[in-house]
Design a protein around this ligand. Structure first.
Ligand code: ATP
Ligand code: ZN
Length: 287
């Protein structure tokens, strides 16, 4: 049995739970328990605060963990291995200043000697010091965005996704320090062969889920005279399946196509004579 640490509640929790469920793993939520055992896969889910996840995985209390790269990079656990980027909880750590302050992009000297409020002192200092600006860090564990307004700092360095929190606090984003997403990390300690096999199985499932998200199953009907044109337009994995329809002279075309590529050719497909186009999600894809 392996153990995976995920966030108990917060921005990472829902997508972490969803990923495991999409991998076909059944388990109870974090409502009452700290640890829950899956019914149909040899895995235990340990629910923690996100800041504690790197430590637990580093110490081997959990074999795997799901955590933001921002949290991981802020720690000093350099041996934690990132085994998979997960593509969710995307955000950036950014420097922001009061909106009326003049700032020219790339002029990092601006931050030299400035008081910067942040929950990420290591990333903030590392970024600015390598650009020859030595900031005065004011460490805050939360509500960083109010610091300039109450006179506690000249600037902040905080996580941003849409930027609306900055705007509502009279701030503007001026430099990106770090781009982050959720990652799967693995303990640096020794792992038994049995556990390695379970981890390989889990990663195989995660990859099947991720590939499924990129692709769609496309079905369309077309007159037989248009089939060759349609085949050449469809950017499929393999050549499409063509099945005759009950109505003579017509066929149904099935293919698996990357969603963003499909939208590029949709107009051409319709011009070529495609009708009744269905775009169906794929739950898992194994190539
Ligand atoms: P915990 O109680 O587990 O310590 P928290 O309050 O520190 O939770 P959350 O706000 O739930 O953390 O954010 C968890 C992670 O989600 C962040 O570390 C970051 O990787 C990611 N994230 C994505 N978008 C944002 C955003 N707009 N603001 C903050 N974090 C974000
Ligand atoms: Zn936290």
């Amino acid at each position: 049995m392996i153990r995976i640490a995920i966030q108990k509640s917060g921005r990472l929790n829902e997508d972490s739970v969803k990923l495991l469920k999409e991998c076909g793993i059944k388990f109870e939520g974090a409502d009452r328990k700290l640890l829950s055992r899956a019914e149909n896969f040899p895995i235990e889910i340990l629910y923690l605060r996100d800041d504690d996840i790197p430590q637990y995985v580093n110490d081997g209390v959990a074999d795997l963990g799901v955590v933001g790269q921002n949290v991981l990079e802020e720690t000093d656990f350099n041996n934690l291995e990132t085994i998979k980027k997960l593509g969710f909880s995307k955000c950036r750590l950014s420097l922001a200043i009061p909106k009326d302050t003049i700032y020219n992009a790339g002029n990092f000297k601006f931050f030299d000697g400035k008081r910067i409020a942040t929950s990420y002192p290591k990333l903030t200092k590392g970024f600015l010091e390598s650009r020859e600006a030595i900031p005065k860090i004011e460490f805050l564990s939360g509500s960083v965005e109010i610091a300039p307004g109450i006179g506690l700092s000249d600037a902040i360095c905080d996580l941003v996704s849409t930027g609306s929190t900055l705007v509502s606090n009279g701030l503007k984003e001026v430099e990106t320090v770090f781009e982050s997403q959720a990652v799967l990390i693995q303990t640096p300690g020794k792992i038994s062969e049995d556990k390695k096999n379970i981890i390989t199985d889990l990663i195989f499932r995660i990859e099947a889920v991720q590939k499924g998200k990129d692709y769609k199953y496309i079905l369309l009907n077309a007159p037989n005279s248009a089939i060759e044109t349609i085949k050449s337009l469809l950017p499929g994995m393999k050549s499409p399946t063509i099945l005759p329809l009950a109505e003579s002279g017509w066929s149904s075309v099935h293919s698996v196509v990357k969603e963003n590529e499909f939208w590029k050719v949709i107009d051409k497909l319709r011009l070529a004579g495609a009708q009744g186009i269905l775009v169906v999600p794929i739950e898992k894809m194994i190539m």
